[in-house]
Design a protein around this ligand. Structure first.
Ligand code: FNR
Length: 189
């Protein structure tokens, strides 16, 4: 099973990028990870650009999402919502004719410096993914609150034991969710 990770922060020292890097070590056997290209490579969505042809970074992102068994979106919360760069990437991909997110199993994780850990942005992202007809897993949820205390300042390693355990449990559930979603799609086909 191959999962692709989409990171919603562009900054070098991002807690969310560090969270994405922690995933392979917390994953059940047989699960592979690839990191999708940065959402910062995409131009701002513009229907006139689309009319002239999808830019290659958009097409490449769509192909990678289509090819993956499941997508893990790891993002911060900006002003109680989804960061603009990630929303822009989702808007672009939503216009691709082969609808890469349709029926695709999606897992959401957030890390933020606040006490709520990005909870509000998670529910906005769920709403956005309804129209893309993605299959978003409900539980367990991972919201890494007070991220500044959960990662090693020097190495960026996720050092918080309970958070590591919760993520391992969530990834195990997601592997089962991907299998169940794929089996359901095969029956319908
Ligand atoms: C934030 N931050 C933030 N945090 C939060 O929990 N809720 C929020 O609504 C916001 N809003 C917000 C807006 C903007 C524009 C920025 C730049 C930041 C703080 C945020 O959690 C913090 O900067 C994280 O470190 C961002 O994630 P990365 O870049 O470390 O992955």
């Amino acid at each position: 099973m191959k999962l692709a990770v989409l990171v919603g922060s562009l900054r070098k020292g991002s807690f969310n990028a560090a969270l994405a890097r922690a995933l392979p070590a917390l994953t059940p056997a047989g699960l592979g990870f690839e990191t999708l290209p940065s959402v910062g490579l995409l131009p701002l969505y513009d229907a006139d650009i689309q009319a002239a042809g999808f830019p290659e970074p958009v097409a490449a992102l769509g192909r990678a999402i289509k090819a993956a068994d499941g997508i893990v979106i790891v993002m911060p919360e900006y002003n109680y919502s989804v960061p603009g760069g990630l929303k822009n990437a989702i808007d672009w991909v939503s216009r691709l004719p082969d609808k890469p997110f349709a029926g695709k199993p999606v897992l959401i994780q957030t890390a933020s410096i606040s006490l709520l850990g990005g909870a509000r942005a998670q529910y906005h992202l769920r709403q956005i993914l309804v129209f893309l007809d993605a299959a978003v897993m409900n539980l367990p949820e991972v919201m890494v609150a007070q991220a500044q205390n959960k990662f090693d300042a020097a190495s960026g390693e996720l050092k918080d034991g309970p958070t590591r355990e919760l993520i391992a449990k969530q990834l195990q559930s997601f592997a089962a969710f991907v299998r169940k979603t794929q089996a359901g799609a095969a029956v319908q086909a």
